[in-house]
Design a protein around this ligand. Structure first.
Ligand SMILES: Nc1nc2c(c(=O)[nH]1)N[C@H]1C(S)=C(S)[C@@H](COP(=O)(O)O)O[C@H]1N2
Ligand SMILES: [Mo]
Length: 397
């Protein structure tokens, strides 16, 4: 197996990249206003770069014309600046402790040879994806719609690992910790906690993404995959699984990645709601991959509008396209994929009038939930779970 000597060769040249968009007092910039950067991180193509330490990389819209997102175009999000510079796959183990009958250290080789290997196609989407569509600005990285991707994940069921360790009867919560560290000791580690009942058989510890080792920045050598859930709980470079009987009230569980429990009214910047709850499962959404904002297309030409749609696994009933400001909607063709995966859609369109045309995409899931108009998306101060009807404006010439 290839050894990963990652940061030695890589990040030095990128120090000047820290985006001014992260500083305070910034005015709202619409979605798609950020361009792909010139430099690339190892194993990645040039992507939209918000920060180099920690690396924060977004996939451009054009990535989303296909059901599976290539590894080298897949977005990257880390919270803490200290990511190990070297991981030796022959020495790496994952530690299972807490309320278990037998504490375990499982090597990668053990995982790959002594457990049943399973695969799942699943969307990994940051809860803050599309945050820049919120106006007024909601706190956090001003992502466009590319803080997401879909991959074929291969690994081992978490339940099989827990079964080998044996859960004690008081076991109720499970915490996942990654190898990354804060630069200052006051900053908490990136730990997610979940209740055991949330973790059924489709949760896996994955070492492969689209048929290859996980890219370093996507959590090499092992990450949690929780299909249907926003990716803040998909802990990367996982080092440790701890079983407890008490909720430990950790920073990344109690402060970040939460939305108001009230899902019928908007918060305002001045009026924050309490109580809050974790963001957990994804809502129904679509993103147009082609064409892009500002594209020029010929009058009477044959255009194929393409994109992806998904939800938390209940299934997509329809993707509808409008080219007349939402007055009429027509069904796109959907290429069915696994229930947790991107469903790629296409729609043949012949532009018959000149000038600016707005293309809108709206998805409806099997429960009847549909994407709201942008102005009807509930605002929340963390800028989470944006799923407004997607739109791009092209020019017909
Ligand atoms: N160890 C670790 N795992 C992590 C994080 C992190 O900061 N550290 N961030 C989480 C969040 S919020 C997101 S959006 C996803 C991003 O996954 P990716 O970098 O593979 O796209 O990783 C999750 N897992
Ligand atoms: Mo995230």
């Amino acid at each position: 197996m290839k050894r990963r000597d990652f940061f030695k060769s890589s990040l030095v040249a990128s120090a000047a990249l820290m985006g001014s968009s992260l500083s305070a007092g910034v005015t709202h910039q619409p979605i798609d206003s950020r361009k792909v950067s010139k430099m690339a991180f190892p194993e990645k193509k040039p992507l939209i770069t918000y920060s180099d330490r920690p690396p924060l990389l977004e996939s451009p819209r054009s990535t989303f014309t296909q059901a599976l997102t290539p590894n080298d175009e897949f977005f990257v999000r880390w919270h803490l600046p200290e990511i190990p510079t070297y991981i030796d796959p022959d020495k790496y183990t994952i530690h299972i402790n807490g309320l278990v009958d037998k504490e375990l250290h499982i090597s990668l080789n053990d995982l790959k040879t002594n457990f049943e290997q399973v695969e799942v196609d699943a969307v990994l989407q940051c809860g803050g994806n599309s945050r820049s569509a919120f106006n007024p600005i909601a706190g956090g990285i001003q992502w466009g719609s590319g803080a997401m991707g879909c991959a074929r994940w291969k690994g081992v069921r978490l339940s099989d690992i827990l079964a080998r360790a044996g859960l004690k009867k008081e076991a109720k919560f499970i915490g996942f910790n990654g190898e990354d560290k804060a630069a200052y000791y006051e900053t908490p580690n990136f730990v997610r906690e979940m209740e055991l009942h949330e973790l059924d058989d489709h949760v896996i510890l994955a070492y492969e993404m689209n048929g290859e080792d996980l890219p370093y920045l996507n959590g090499y050598p092992l990450r949690l995959v929780i299909p249907g859930y926003y990716s803040d709980s998909w802990v990367k470079m996982i080092s440790n699984i701890t079983v407890t009987d008490k909720y430990r009230s950790l920073f990344f569980m109690d402060v970040a990645y939460r939305v108001p429990d009230n899902e019928t009214e908007s918060e305002t910047p001045e009026n924050r709601f309490k109580p809050t709850k974790p963001i957990t499962t994804m809502n129904v959404k679509s993103v147009i991959g082609y064409p892009e904002n500002g594209d020029k297309v010929y009058h009477n030409s044959h255009l194929v509008i393409r994109g992806v749609a998904w939800d938390d696994g209940h299934g997509i009933k329809a993707v509808k396209i409008s080219t007349d400001e939402g007055k009429t909607w027509e069904d796109a063709l959907i290429k069915k994929a696994g229930r947790y995966a991107f469903q790629a859609f296409r729609f043949a369109y012949k532009p018959t009038k000149y000038g600016k045309v707005k293309i809108m995409a709206k998805t409806i899931d099997n429960l009847g939930n549909e994407q709201p108009l942008a102005k009807n998306v509930l605002w929340n101060h963390g800028g989470y779970k944006y799923n407004g009807i997607d739109e791009v404006t092209i020019e017909v010439i």
